[in-house]
Design a binder for this molecule. Structure first.
Ligand code: FAD
Length: 283
């Protein structure tokens, strides 16, 4: 069991990881080896102290070099669920499970709103994880909604199990030339069913499916952690970054506006100190 898991490798996650490392907290940092699309996508940044007029790419390089030079490693993966245990939390990340006493959520803000039926059918035909749930759909018909080309590997994995994959692109069209993958034209607007998922509405068509995989860069935090208090997609925190759940803290865009690097970095730092104080209070 580690003392802390940080989920997210954006500005908030970088800051939390650097400070946890300086405080000598035993932690695991889960996210993307290339940090965050949001960090990388800014054209020019003029309001971050110490880095004037840099591009998002440059900022990512600086962040990454700093973390690497401190010997901090990123565990590449997407967290699909957080579950309470006796001494803390279990973190489900693909097919791996990590045990931790505390958690810092630095997952950014969800760019894509959940579609109608997504939350309702979560665990009843809606899944966020190809690795965890793909085998459930052997020889079945599924819909897979993806945000970008980054999710194509997961689509290929699902195509190995399923009879037919209806691929629905959330943003721009992504091609996939596997025989059993049909790239649909419309947008995913609704997931329908009764006890379980029965169909999806895509553009002006309703397609019968046994399950739906929604593969996005970020999953709404309250879907990730059951019982987490959030409103309008923002996690509710106090000034220490504490959420309503004991041992869980949150930093950055996921706690609300303003969506800014400096705010994310500040909150990541505060959360690391709060985690340290919380761990000391357990001793
Ligand atoms: C085009 C653009 C330009 C911008 N320009 C500026 C600017 O000039 N100045 C400024 O201050 N701000 C700017 N911003 C805003 C800034 O990028 C964000 O405020 C900042 O990146 C927030 O950092 P964060 O760590 O909270 O979230 P993010 O940077 O979004 O990072 C979240 C991380 O969490 C990961 N993650 C999410 N869910 C999971 C999961 N389940 N498992 C594992 N990892 C997960 C994501 O992959 C990502 O790595 C800009 C944003 C954009 C899009």
């Amino acid at each position: 069991m580690v003392d802390c898991v940080v989920i997210g490798t954006g500005a908030a996650g970088v800051s939390a990881a650097l400070t946890l490392n300086a405080l000598k907290v035993n932690f695991l940092w889960i996210g993307n080896k290339d940090l965050s699309i949001k960090i990388r996508s800014a054209e020019k940044i003029k309001n971050f102290p110490g880095l004037h007029n840099v591009s998002g790419e440059d900022m990512k390089d600086v962040f990454l070099r700093q973390a690497q030079s401190e010997g901090i490693e990123i565990t590449d993966g997407k967290v699909n669920g957080v579950y309470p245990t006796d001494g803390g939390y279990s973190i489900l990340c693909g097919k791996d499970v990590y045990e931790t006493k505390t958690l810092i959520l630095a997952t950014g803000v969800e760019a894509v709103k959940p579609v109608s039926g997504e939350t309702e059918f979560l665990g009843r035909g809606v899944s966020y994880c190809a690795v965890c749930d793909g085998f459930l759909y052997k020889n079945k018909k599924i819909a897979v909604a993806i945000e970008s080309e980054e999710e194509l590997e997961e689509v290929k994995l699902l195509a190995q199990y399923a009879d037919t994959v209806h691929l629905i692109c959330i943003k721009k069209r992504v091609e996939c030339n596997l025989d059993n993958v049909i790239v649909e034209d419309g947008r995913l607007t609704q997931i329908k069913g009764d006890m379980r998922v029965k169909s999806v509405v895509c553009g002006d068509r309703e397609i019968n499916v046994d399950g739906v995989f929604i593969l996005k860069q970020a999953i709404a935090a309250d879907s990730l952690v059951h019982g987490l208090k959030a409103s309008g997609g923002r996690i509710e925190v106090d000034r220490s970054g504490a959420t309503n759940l004991s041992g869980i803290f949150a930093a950055g865009d996921c706690t609300g506006r303003p969506y800014q690097y400096a705010k994310a970095v500040g909150e990541g730092n505060v959360c690391a100190y709060s985690v340290n104080a919380y761990l000391n209070s357990l001793k």
